[in-house]
Design a protein around this ligand. Structure first.
Ligand SMILES: Nc1ncnc2c1ncn2[C@@H]1O[C@H](COP(=O)(O)OP(=O)(O)OP(=O)(O)O)[C@@H](O)[C@H]1O
Ligand SMILES: [Mg+2]
Length: 509
């Protein structure tokens, strides 16, 4: 046998109670390549990876790794064979230092069998240096950004000298700069002959960093191609099984009178003097780099943060919103960006997760839940935004990452709000469903609702918004009409507060 492949998975089947997650799929990874896995939410990507990370055992199928069959019973087994996985939802030991997170379970010992902290510190410094992460190994994990937590996971993989490193949607909550850093580490690992399996929904990342792509759909293997030979519309077609012509199906609709007005809103720590209006039927985009204060503005409007200055008007009337309950009462809804932290209840059923913000609607006169009605409404929304779940009773934690996000979208749509705030509504969502969600947002605007959409993806903001507000370091740098002439460069100039320079350079030509 030649050693063309480091990893060969053939005909892998994985069945969960009531769900066939993988129906006999393949994957071949060469040494020293960056291999992308793509596919719609729930296609089976994370499940397949967990089968080689020692978390799941495949129901059937063959796996050969590094020339030998792979039969794992635990993540520790996988690490011993040279396979590390960085998970979609990280779960570091938050209140322990970086170094203990790296060496957990194999701490260096001194002569009398005690943990040798000094040696652990030095060993950690060394691996951190190898991936260019300047961080004191004694820092508690809780004090790190998500990006740095991921880097620590990568350091751990390096410390195990892993031959294969799996990264499950590592970029979904990183800034542009952090993504660049991650990519340079990936290139370095690749140059050392390590293989990386990289999962992402972002097409530009596929073309920037990967050598080959394997696509799955609904637990089936669709095919593998060299990235360089694969045209983007073909890739989308492989994933979705049809052509997605309209990535941003914005339906033109009449825009009415001002619904929401925010005047000079300030929050001592995060932003100051933010003013804007949103009209009925309008999609109002908020762009800016991560850290610009966009989320904080909405959280303040929504009563989750104290404001120290500014006023909010709805339909011309001043409102006093002191809590999210007040906000919901005034007809607002808020789809948060961080589904783990503030949105999803993992142990609860899909149905409850959807209905939790609307329960009063489903109570009868004596306060009992009208089960049939609740069921009908939830079923309708699950269908509308294509949540892939075997039933409404499934625990949300068993859904794929993207489908958890869809559950949140369903929850807020069901509150039937007048003003809907959405923070990165399509993060982690596959391209096909993304365009469905965009269609829905557009439909809601068509029904006269006001939509405020925060997004870091410029094509999304530009594809969907009527007007766009751009923020930089807590200040509004511009509010622009989204006309045909607007370019990504111009938006970036606003986002980095260099629009004067940009305009001069344009005018000078
Ligand atoms: N522990 C589990 N119990 C039951 N069903 C599960 C479990 N884990 C995954 N599934 C189901 O298996 C299917 C594949 O899920 P998986 O998480 O592998 O998808 P994915 O391709 O990673 O999607 P995403 O892009 O949304 O992360 C889904 O239908 C999911 O609901
Ligand atoms: Mg996944």
């Amino acid at each position: 046998m030649s050693n063309e492949y480091l990893l060969e998975m053939t005909n892998i089947v994985k069945i969960f109670p009531g769900v066939k997650a993988l129906g006999g799929v393949n994957l071949q990874v060469r040494p020293g390549e960056i291999h992308a896995l793509m596919g719609e939410n729930g296609a089976g990507k994370s499940t397949l990876m967990k089968c080689i990370a020692g978390i799941y055992r495949p129901t059937s199928g063959d796996i050969v790794f590094d020339g030998k069959p792979l039969d794992l019973h635990s993540p520790a087994d996988a690490l011993k064979r040279g396979i590390s996985m960085i998970h979609q939802e990280l779960s570091p030991v938050l209140y322990r230092p970086v170094m203990e997170n790296i060496w957990l379970g194999r701490e260096p010992l001194n002569g009398i069998g005690m943990v040798d902290h000094q040696r652990m510190y030095e060993m950690s410094k060394e691996v951190l240096k190898e991936i260019d992460l300047e961080e004191d190994p004694r820092t508690l994990m809780i004090n790190l950004t998500v990006a740095k937590m991921q880097m620590v996971e990568i350091a751990k993989a390096v410390s195990y000298n892993s031959k294969l490193i799996i990264m499950d949607e590592p970029t979904s909550s990183l800034t542009e700069k952090e993504i660049k850093q991650l990519f340079s580490i990936m290139r370095k690992l690749k140059s050392q002959g390590k293989s990386i399996i990289f999962i992402t929904h972002k097409l530009d990342e596929i073309y920037e960093i990967t050598d080959r792509v394997t696509v799955y759909r609904d637990g089936s293997y669709i095919g593998s191609e060299n990235t360089a030979d694969l045209k983007v519309d073909r890739l989308i077609n492989m994933m979705v099984g049809r052509d997605v012509k309209d990535m941003f199906p914005k339906i033109p609709c009449p825009i009415g009178e001002v619904k929401l007005e925010v005047k000079d809103l300030s929050n001592r720590k995060y932003f100051s003097n933010v003013s804007f209006t949103v009209r009925r039927g309008e999609i109002f985009g908020i762009a800016g780099l991560i850290g610009a204060g966009r989320t904080e503005v909405v959280e303040t409007i929504f009563g989750m943060r104290p404001k120290n200055g500014g006023e909010i008007f709805i339909d011309g009337k001043k409102v006093d919103i002191r809590s999210p309950a007040d906000a919901i009462e005034s007809g607002m809804a808020w789809l948060t960006e961080d589904r783990r932290g503030s949105g999803i209840f993992p142990m609860l059923a899909v149905q409850l997760n959807i209905a939790i913000a609307t329960i009063p609607k489903f109570l009868n006169r004596i306060g009992l839940i009208r089960e049939a009605l609740l069921n009908k409404s939830c079923t309708e929304f699950v269908k509308k935004i294509q949540v892939k779940t075997p039933s409404l009773d499934q625990h949300v934690e068993n859904l794929s990452g993207g489908n958890q996000q869809k559950v949140l979208v369903a929850r807020w749509l069901m509150t039937d709000p007048d003003i809907l705030f959405m923070d990165e509504p399509t993060r982690g969502i596959d391209v096909g469903t993304k365009s469905e969600i965009h269609r829905l947002i557009s439909q809601l605007a068509g029904e006269g609702k006001s939509i405020v959409m925060i997004s870091s993806e410029l094509p999304e903001v530009m594809g969907m918004s009527d007007r766009i507000m751009i923020m930089h370091q807590g200040k509004v740098t511009g509010i622009v009409e989204n006309t045909k002439d607007l370019t990504q460069e111009e938006l970036m100039a606003y986002a980095t507060d260099t629009v004067e320079i940009y305009k001069k350079s344009k005018g000078g030509k």
